[in-house]
Design a protein around this ligand. Structure first.
Ligand code: SR1
Ligand code: MG
Length: 403
């Protein structure tokens, strides 16, 4: 077997030059490493002559943010590649096209989407993306419905599921989302103003019971093929286009986990707007925009899910009167609960730019306390949520702490 090829900016350009049909033989290629995530390496290669470009994503056998001491399976590259292909087949406009797959070197060459902006960055700048909720709602409905037992017969579903056993990546999520904030004081570092609220999570018995129930759902409920890490850093946008990337955490889990990831990260930005919005009027305006985005995402998801159910459900029990409404109510409540978990997990550990960019420590502490309160309410009150408006109204009712 050939030696594993670890790319750098020089070898990445040479590598893509050898892929038939990707660049012309006389291409003048330049390459930059652009990965800013915790896990992998990402290169953009451009041909100065034609302007054509491609992205190479490579997984090395360790976690980028921790260095070579923290080993991590490169099977995540296969899982990401296969998940991208499935997602692209359902939503061709919303997922980058794959140009080349190299299993031996744990890499995928794909469409360059760098004309889009990372959604997390766009939200921090208070930009508005009118097409995003429709796009992401459709992405969620199609990827989740079409990989569930509603759309696949039992054997096809289990065969597909067997390709997405992803223990090492799931373990990261199990620890960081469901364990660390509630049990691990040593590695959780809150901004001083949020330290008491963070410590209170570890003493909150009723909350820990709900986390146990939600974690059990994550561990045991293989409802559909999830993206698995659908935070706003995994989504790129323009005003008219949306691209979803990075499904290396893909596995079969509860649908509400992916929907909750989107909602939870919009809620994080909602809390951080206490700092990012320069005036109360602009804060109010942007927070309304964020809550409308939450509501429209759910409404699109629900409408498309119901349409797919009517057209494509093969599971005979899907015809039972009342089952569709029951099923969707469960998904909405799960989305609310997992959304709360996703908000809380980003405060104290594996923090996100929405909060890291708050330079005033006192303001940052207050925003973190607000985010923790929103997350906890989403978890504790999820079973009172019947309509998406119940969730957006609840978020509005939880005001931020004062100085
Ligand atoms: C150790 S990796 C930390 C986080 O980054 C990824 O984007 C995932 O969300 C993971 O939990
Ligand atoms: Mg990622």
């Amino acid at each position: 077997m050939p030696e594993f090829l670890t790319l750098d900016t020089a070898t990445a350009a040479d590598y893509v030059k050898k892929i038939p049909g990707l660049f012309p033989p006389d291409a003048e290629l330049s390459c930059t490493e652009i990965g800013d995530g915790n896990i992998n390496f990402v290169f953009i290669v451009r041909d100065g002559k034609t302007g054509r470009s491609a992205v190479i994503k490579q997984s090395l056998p360790y976690l980028r943010s921790s260095g070579k001491n923290r080993l991590l399976t490169v099977d995540r590259a296969r899982i990401e590649n296969e998940a991208l292909q499935i997602e692209h087949s359902f939503c061709p406009d919303l997922v980058p096209a794959i140009y080349h797959t190299d299993k031996d070197n744990a890499l995928t060459v794909m469409e360059d989407i760098s004309d889009h902006l990372n959604l997390r960055k766009g939200l921090i700048q208070r930009r508005k993306y009118p097409a995003f909720p429709r796009h992401i709602g459709c992405f969620l409905a199609r990827t989740l419905f079409l990989t569930s037992d509603l759309a696949l017969d039992g054997k096809a579903k289990k065969t597909l599921l067997s390709r997405f056993i992803n223990p090492e990546m799931c373990e990261i999520t199990e620890n960081l989302v469901f364990t660390v904030p509630y049990y691990d004081a040593a590695t959780t570092k809150y901004t001083p103003g949020a330290a008491a609220a963070g410590a209170a999570l570890r003493e909150n018995g009723p909350l820990k019971l709900e986390i146990a129930r939600l974690k059990d759902g994550f561990l045991t409920r293989g409802q559909a093929l999830l993206h698995g890490d659908l935070h706003t850093g995994s989504i790129f946008v323009t005003e008219t286009s949306t691209k979803v990337i990075d499904p290396e955490f893909a596995f079969f889990g509860p649908m509400g986990f992916d929907i909750g990831a989107v909602i939870g990260n919009l809620v994080l930005n909602y809390a951080a707007q206490a700092y990012h919005s320069p005036t109360p009027a602009e804060r109010e305006d942007y927070r309304s925009y964020l809550l409308n985005t939450v509501a429209e995402t759910w409404r699109t998801f629900e409408a498309e899910f119901r349409r797919l159910w009517a057209e494509k459900a093969v599971e005979i029990t899907a015809r039972a009167p009342g089952y569709q409404d029951y099923y969707l109510r469960g998904v909405l409540r799960d989305a609310c609960g997992y959304g709360g978990c996703k908000a809380i997990r980003r405060i104290g550990r594996a923090q996100v730019e929405d909060f890291k960019a708050i330079s005033d420590e006192a303001a940052r502490g207050r925003a973190e306390v607000h985010a923790l309160a929103l997350g906890a309410a989403m978890i504790m009150h999820r079973e009172e949520i019947d309509r998406i408006e119940d969730l957006t109204e609840m978020i509005r009712s939880i005001t931020e702490p004062k100085d």
